[in-house]
Write a protein that binds this ligand. Structure first.
Ligand code: ATP
Ligand code: MG
Length: 394
């Protein structure tokens, strides 16, 4: 029997004016993700269809489960739009299922097809009842719900449904610059940003020799998890050692984290301009640590006019952890390597920093030069998606 993966867009359907752009981006993303498979992809205004080789189905499902913009998908049998052919295939499908009760739901999108949906349901149901013994129709709680979608030329029949990961296709928004530390929160923030269609660059601040290469590798591994949801991510590694040491030599220790984060934001803004990123994205969560009180966030934020998106700002840690587990970053994030923030953290960081005090401290540091140097020395690694992991998994 002939099968296709039938994809439903969901949220995209609310984007009237932009609909073609959204659908075309999703189409390109799916095509790109499945480039190593023998597939044929086609689309119409509300659906996409992937013809596949049976041996690849499980692997393809794993790939599709990470493509934003897919609301729901079905593995559907495809048949010519012809009543006799529909009856034959429908019977074949149901002969392979174990059930006592069933219901048929027909949707006739092809209005030139002569039989209306309401007549098609009993017609097909009677055919099944006549040919399979010991079964009944149950319109309220059927064991098997069979959907029959009658479209021009082809009819799609399916008894299953898989939830896609929702959101908008990556690339339907501009680029965002993700501050990616080795912690739990920032990879989740990156995932949620991509879910809104944002294309990511990631930026990691390291302070070798105070932080280790293991810490860097951890961030690379996290990026590899995130890249499953997009095509590639440029990971920019910033050498932050000089800036951090200078801050700690020159000021009030309780303010060091605040100043350090202001420096990070300054670098993020400059780098964003170079990489054509429009927003900064990070894993700040309100109240989680001293630098994430609203006062701290406001004082830190003053160094940039660029929008800062904080996807996990209002989530509880447990809610963040739940997402981290789902996307496979949690086990990497909890590995115990030092981050540049934790190495330099003072005993009592200021909870309600004062802007004047920050500006006074920053006068002692010729930070513009240090920032430019750090940007010039950035080491960028491009991490691309490949489905080797799935190969190992299956
Ligand atoms: P996470 O679990 O994401 O590391 P956190 O709870 O450790 O977050 P902080 O260390 O205060 O919180 O950092 C807040 C956010 O700032 C992080 O989520 C991340 O987006 C960014 N950040 C912190 N340290 C770094 C770093 N070394 N490189 C890049 N971004 C960083
Ligand atoms: Mg952290």
């Amino acid at each position: 029997m002939n099968r296709v993966i039938l994809i439903k867009y969901g949220e995209l359907t609310t984007k009237k004016g932009n609909r073609n752009f959204f659908v075309n981006t999703l189409y390109q993303n799916i095509k790109n993700k499945l480039k190593n498979y023998d597939v044929e992809i086609s689309k119409d205004i509300s659906r996409m269809y992937i013809r596949f080789q049976d041996k690849d189905l499980e692997k393809i499902k794993h790939v599709i489960d990470c493509i934003f913009g897919i609301h729901m998908y079905h593995i559907a049998h495809i048949v010519d739009t012809n009543t006799d052919k529909i009856k034959t295939i429908l019977l074949k499908i149901l002969r392979e299922e174990k059930f006592n009760t069933f219901k048929i739901e027909t949707k006739r999108s092809d209005k030139t097809f002569e039989i209306p949906s309401q007549e098609m349901n009993p017609l097909l149901g009677a055919h099944i009842l006549k040919n399979i013994d010991g079964i009944q129709v149950d319109v309220h709680h059927p064991d098997v719900l069979v959907k029959v979608e009658i479209r021009p030329y082809h009819t799609y029949i399916y008894t299953n449904g898989y939830k896609g990961c929702g959101g908008y296709p990556v690339g339907t928004q501009a680029r965002g610059m993700l501050m990616l530390s080795g912690g739990i929160d920032s990879p989740v923030a990156g995932y949620l940003a991509m879910k809104r269609g944002i294309k990511l660059d990631a930026v990691y601040f390291e302070a070798i020799p105070h932080t280790s290469l293991d810490a860097r590798n951890k961030v690379i591994d996290l990026t590899k998890k995130l890249v499953k949801y997009t095509d590639k991510i440029n990971l920019h590694i910033v050498n932050f050692t000089k800036i951090q040491e200078t801050i700690y030599k020159n000021g009030n220790p309780t303010y060091c984290i605040t100043i350090m984060r202001r420096m990070m934001y300054r670098i993020m803004e400059k780098l964003a301009k170079i990489q054509k990123g429009l927003v900064i994205i990070n894993g700040e969560s309100i109240g989680q640590v001293a630098s994430q009180t609203l006062t701290s966030m406001s004082v830190i934020n003053q160094v940039t006019n660029m929008p800062v998106i904080r996807p996990v700002a209002c989530l509880d840690k447990l809610e963040i952890i739940e997402i981290a587990r789902k996307i496979g970053t949690y086990d990497i994030s909890i590995l115990p390597y030092e981050d540049c923030c934790t190495v330099f953290v003072p005993k009592h960081p200021v909870i309600n920093p004062n802007l004047e005090e920050c500006l006074k401290m920053e006068e002692n540091v010729s930070y513009e030069k240090l920032i430019d140097e750090a940007i010039q020395e950035i080491n960028t690694i491009t991490i691309e998606d490949n489905d080797l992991e799935f190969e190992n998994l299956l």
